[in-house]
Design a protein around this ligand. Structure first.
Ligand SMILES: Nc1nc2c(c(=O)[nH]1)N[C@H]1C(S)=C(S)[C@@H](COP(=O)(O)O)O[C@H]1N2
Ligand SMILES: [Mo]
Length: 256
């Protein structure tokens, strides 16, 4: 395992970044996760996306493909192997000791092992993943619909967003996280996937569990999900913008 960057060094980097007027650019270049290229949203493609979002109803289904359409290899992007002792220990035991924690603004907080998740009703979908870095891939995902989990824990009336906390910190110690609203949370294609192409999700693609949210861009689909939290606001979590990349300036609603 790679040695983790020391806390002092981390603090120094954070301060240096904060002091720098070039925070966004510098931050992006230093991060191993590598965001997509800058300027996309001002490009013609970005404009088309925005217009399309306005005319596509949120409830519409994303296109589903057939086995013949599957990409030969589904790429690994961003974190490929979370570099923490906790994750390493879980992975070494094939995630048998892993549990998904679901809490926050819910009536009955719960934990689910991988075996328990596999026993719940599942959905399988072959969909296209679009990353803003400029690549797409078609994969077959199987997992438990998020609405099944939400029905189990019973959201409180104040809950407005579902937040996914991941296992991977970056060089500055910021953990990856993402959030969606209830309309997307209850969408039938929003699943917590444990299989990719008929096999257990590989570590590179987010083992043991990752979000699939088929009508938004790749960065919304948190890999290595450890904890799900229901909240009424996003401004008091991490950088306050609702997601790891959002905290660095990218859009919260990344509709395709
Ligand atoms: N926890 C975590 N989730 C993540 C990322 C990451 O670095 N860490 N990268 C995001 C991005 S930008 C993309 S395109 C997809 C990549 O998923 P893949 O590795 O299965 O291709 O995961 C998203 N979810
Ligand atoms: Mo991405």
């Amino acid at each position: 395992m790679k040695k983790k960057i020391s806390l002092d060094r981390r603090r120094f980097l954070v301060r240096a970044a904060q002091l720098s007027g070039l925070f966004l650019l510098a931050g992006c270049e230093n991060l191993s996760r590598k965001p997509w290229f800058e300027g996309l949203l001002s490009s013609a493609e970005g404009v088309t996306r925005r217009v399309q979002r306005l005319i596509t109803p949120r409830k519409a289904m994303a296109r589903e493909f057939t086995e013949a359409d599957l990409s030969p290899v589904f790429p690994v992007n961003g974190t490929s192997d979370p570099d923490t002792e906790e994750y390493l220990a879980l992975a070494q035991n094939n995630f048998s000791g892993w549990q998904l924690e679901v809490g926050g603004l819910v009536e009955t907080p719960a934990r689910f092992s991988l075996a328990e998740l596999r026993q719940l009703p599942s959905r399988t979908q072959i969909t296209r993943h679009d990353c803003v870095e400029g690549w797409s891939a078609i994969g077959k995902w199987k997992g438990v619909p998020l609405n099944i989990i939400l029905d189990r824990v019973r959201p409180r009336p104040q809950a407005r967003y579902v937040v996914f906390h991941s296992a991977d910190p970056d060089e500055l110690g910021q953990y990856y996280y993402e959030s969606i609203d209830f309309e997307d949370a209850y969408h039938p294609q929003t699943i917590l996937a444990y299989d990719l192409n008929d096999r257990p999700l590989p570590i590179g693609n987010g083992a043991p569990l990752r979000l699939r949210l088929e009508r938004q861009l790749g960065y919304k689909m948190a890999k290595y999900v450890m904890r799900i939290e229901l909240v009424d606001r996003l401004d008091n979590i991490a950088g306050g913008k609702g997601g790891y990349w959002e905290d660095q300036g990218y859009e919260w609603y990344a509709g395709i």
